[in-house]
Design a protein around this ligand. Structure first.
Ligand SMILES: Cc1ncc(COP(=O)(O)O)c(C=O)c1O
Length: 370
């Protein structure tokens, strides 16, 4: 991290490529690999991650919205892109123009998509979303499905190229709900032509439900970033580190307090370092009182409440801490490691939210060993 900086995320693109290759080894070769790069690739940087994933063998990309897909096109990504969520009429026009595939869930979606395709004089590719139990978007019955398929057949400028569903509990203890969703997916899609690709597996299903959930494609989400959501022997690598710096150091007397609300008091003479990162950078304030960071390879506690722009750490037992020293908020130092899952545990949330929480103040560096 450059010397004068206070806040930077370092993304290792060789870890992304490594993870794609590990997933490739777990998934039947007949299934394509889709890299989920929505929400700026789970906070990792969508264009860079997309390019790395494609280089390592991913065949398809997925985003949440058409603007996210357009952003990838503007950065020169020409691979197939699927929008996983619903799109507005205007977004459908952009999708047609940019050759982006959209998800559709209703006859009304088909009407809008057809108008968009005609307006742009382009063919708009569609993946039908089937709601097998997530309760979010998608057709829910065979009758609804048939109405949508009829509408596609009657409409101009549309091509149904895929059909998919999303599991609600593939990482849960009990497989029963995923079994039910899988059975519904079969019921809703088994009779479709073979050139309509079928996909349902998220990271948890990739790790737990191969080959039965492979179908024609799998969707690599959190696991692509090195966070398998269920136990596995496979060797995934965390792709992101988050570093900050010591901005100030002082010694306080026993009994003195640190930060808002005076929730923490020194039990001994304490060396306190102030770190240049807070919830204004995306570090979860809810982790106050539990969070730890690494400095000089040593794990130390964050003391008192995490502020908007700063947090304080107890460095009494770490010799020689100086202003400017690097602090690892997430990542490795020697044998110590802090993961997004650790921060999520302290903050009472999930790793996904920690990974993509960085605000615009945090700078990014992409590393690539190739
Ligand atoms: C439709 C869809 N597919 C795939 C994924 C990837 O899920 P995961 O990150 O758990 O692999 C998501 C994530 O939210 C999603 O919404």
């Amino acid at each position: 991290m450059p010397e004068r900086e206070r806040n930077r995320r370092l993304v290792d693109l060789s870890a992304i490529r490594h993870n794609v290759r590990v997933i490739r080894s777990l998934v039947p070769y007949s299934a394509r690999l889709l890299a989920v790069v929505k929400a700026d690739a789970y906070g990792h940087g969508s264009a860079e991650v997309a390019a790395a994933a494609l280089k390592a063998g991913a065949n398809f990309l997925a985003v949440a919205t058409v603007p996210e897909g357009k952003n990838l096109r503007m950065k020169g990504i020409s691979a197939p892109i699927l929008v996983l969520g619903e799109s507005t009429a205007r977004e459908m026009e952009t999708a047609a123009f940019e050759d982006i595939t959209i998800a559709v869930s209703s006859v009304e979606d088909i009407r809008m998509a057809s108008e968009a395709a005609e307006a742009m004089q382009k063919t708009l590719c569609l993946h039908l979303k089937v709601d097998t139990g997530m309760g979010r978007i998608g057709v829910r019955t065979l009758e609804e499905r048939n109405q949508v398929l009829d509408a596609v057949n009657r409409a101009k400028g549309l091509k149904l190229t895929g059909v998919f569903t999303h599991f609600a509990d593939a990482d849960g203890e009990d497989a029963a709900y995923t079994d039910l969703q899988l059975a519904r997916f079969h019921e809703m899609t088994d009779d479709l032509p073979s050139d309509v690709i079928r996909h349902c597996a998220n990271s948890a299903a990739i790790l737990r439900r191969m080959p039965e959930c492979a179908f024609d494609m799998v969707r690599m989400g959190i696991v692509l970033y090195g966070y398998p959501p269920v136990a596995t022997d496979a060797d995934f690598q965390m792709a992101m580190e988050w570093k900050s710096r010591v901005m100030f150091v002082k010694t306080i007397a026993p009994g003195e307090s640190v930060s808002y609300g005076c929730t923490w008091h020194a039990g001994r003479e304490t060396r306190v370092a102030t770190v240049g990162c807070g919830y204004g950078d995306g570090y979860h304030r809810a982790a106050s009182g539990k969070a730890q960071v690494l400095i000089h390879g040593v794990r130390v506690p964050v003391i008192g409440r995490i502020c908007m722009d700063q947090m304080m750490i107890d460095v009494t037992d770490v010799p020689d801490v100086q202003v400017g020293d690097a602090v690892t908020l997430m990542g490795r130092e020697g044998s110590e490691c802090i993961s997004a899952e650790d921060i999520a545990g302290w903050a009472g949330t999930i790793s996904y939210e920690v990974l993509l929480a960085a605000t615009g103040r945090v700078k990014y560096t992409f590393m690539d060993e190739d």
